[in-house]
Write a protein that binds this ligand. Sequence first.
Ligand code: ZN
Length: 202
Amino acid sequence: MQKFIDGIKKFQSEIYPNHKERFEALANSQAPDVLFITCSDSRIDPNLITSSDPGELFICRNAGNIVPPHSNETGGMTASIEYAVSVLNVEHVVICGHSNCGAMKAAMQPESVNKLPHVKVWLDHCRAAKEAVEHEHGHLHDEHLDEVTKQNIILQLNHLATHPAVFKKLHTKELKLHGWVYDIETGRIEAYDAQQKRFIEI
Ligand code: ZN
């Protein structure tokens, strides 16, 4: 933990002074353009990979970059999406999955999380992605991880569109949805092209 305490001191003495005006401008309000939904995985830094600054991305993270379909049950994701879209008026939502995702591996082998009841229920929101890949190939192996990861991004984009705040702004074209997959090793990002039904490198 000392590393992080030292990090705070370094931020305050070296980094903050260089961006003082930006932080002061952000003190009382935010106006991000993008709701960025990604995995909790420690290897992803949304601001770093998009070269963006504080105040530009409204970020929601969870295991597997999952958006539960809309229901009348309130959850953190549902409330954050509603706020970002209806109050902050973001113009874009990005769902960003990534390579080597532990959540996707667990979703492919649900029995591996039998002793983690909450994880097991949460990852059931990915089951359709896993089943789509399994259905296509007639079986499911470790080598299908990237395909499941991509199918999951498409699935979560579909879930996102069931949220009333999102659906109504898609209808009026005030909101655009984007599906990205980030490769940790190479830094490459592919984006889903809905017309071509495939991921294309940005
Ligand atoms: Zn992950």
